[in-house]
Design a protein around this ligand. Structure first.
Ligand code: HEC
Length: 220
C-alpha cells in the first residue's frame, strides 16, 4: 500500500519513476537487522557489509540468487528477533536487479568497521578443502558425490542433509545418506523438477562444509 501511495504521489508531482523505484530505506532496515547498524556486524557469524566494495556486494548478491554460494540460515539480530531464520539465498531471491544496484552502492559508500575475523576464517577453511559436490537421482535413490581437488571421492566425518523444494518446505525430507566407497546414497521419493539439498558436512580435519546443491529430477 505504501508503495502505491508513493507512486501515486510521484505521478502527481510528475517525478521520474526511476528515482522512487527502489525503497532503499525499507530494504536496508531488513539487511541491518542481521548485518548490524550501517552493515557493521557485531556477530562473528554474520559478515560486515558496510564499506565493502560495491562490486563485491553486487557479485555476492547475484551469486546468492543462483545459489553460487553456500547459504547459511541466520537469526535476525535486531528489530523483531522472533522472525524465523532466513538465509541469503532467500533474501537475494526477493531482490530485483535495481534493488541490488541500489544496495551495493548504499553499502559500498558506508565506512568499513572491522569486526570479528571468525567468519572469514570459517569460509577460508571451507574453501581450502577444495571440495566439489554433485547431486543426482536415479531409481528411487539420491546420490551426493563429494570430490576433492583431484577428483577423488571424499568420505566425511559427518553428513546431514535436507532435501526439499526450492519454493516450499512441505516436501522437505532428511535422506539417510550412506557412503558406498564412491558417493553418498540414500533412498528418496522425488517428483520431477528442481530440488535443493542443503548439506552440512564435517571434514575429517574438523572443518565444517555447508553447501546448497541443486538437483534436477527429469520427468518419467
Ligand atoms: C536473516 C539474516 C540476514 C539478512 C536479513 C540479510 N543477511 Fe546478508 N548475510 C547473512 C549471513 C549469515 C551471511 C553470511 C553467510 C552466508 O554467506 O550465507 C550474509 C552474507 C551477506 C553478504 C556476503 C558478505 C561476505 O563478506 O561474504 C552480502 C553482500 C550480504 N549478506 C548482503 C545483504 C543485504 C544487502 C541484505 C538485505 C537485502 C542482507 N544481506 C540481508 C545474514 C543476513
Amino acid at each position: 500500500m505504501k508503495v502505491l501511495q508513493i507512486s501515486l504521489l510521484a505521478l502527481a508531482l510528475g517525478l521520474s519513476g526511476a528515482a522512487l523505484a527502489v525503497d532503499i530505506g525499507e530494504l536496508t532496515v531488513m539487511c541491518d537487522d542481521c548485518h548490524g547498524p550501517q552493515g557493521a556486524s557485531a556477530n562473528s557469524d554474520v559478515p560486515t557489509i558496510g564499506g565493502q566494495s560495491t562490486e563485491f556486494i553486487d557479485d555476492s548478491l547475484h551469486s546468492f540468487q543462483i545459489w553460487g554460494r553456500p547459504c547459511i540460515k541466520s537469526l535476525y539480530r535486531y528489530g523483531d528477533t522472533s522472525r524465523p531464520k532466513a538465509d541469503m539465498c532467500k533474501v537475494a531471491a526477493g531482490l530485483s536487479d535495481e534493488d541490488i544496484t541500489a544496495l551495493s552502492s548504499h553499502y559500498g559508500e558506508l565506512p568499513f568497521v572491522p569486526a570479528s575475523q571468525e567468519f572469514d576464517a570459517r569460509r577460508t577453511a571451507q574453501e581450502a578443502l577444495g571440495w566439489s559436490v554433485y547431486a543426482s537421482a536415479q531409481d528411487g535413490q539420491v546420490k551426493l558425490e563429494i570430490t576433492d581437488r583431484d577428483g577423488n571421492p571424499v568420505e566425511v566425518a559427518k553428513l546431514t542433509a535436507t532435501l526439499g523444494r526450492a519454493t516450499h518446505v512441505k516436501d522437505d525430507q532428511n535422506p539417510d545418506f550412506q557412503f558406498n566407497g564412491q558417493a553418498y546414497v540414500a533412498p528418496a521419493k522425488l517428483g520431477a523438477g528442481n530440488w535443493n539439498i542443503r548439506m552440512v558436512a564435517r571434514a575429517q580435519n574438523g572443518t565444517e562444509f555447508t553447501q546448497r546443491v541443486i538437483l534436477h529430477v527429469a520427468k518419467g
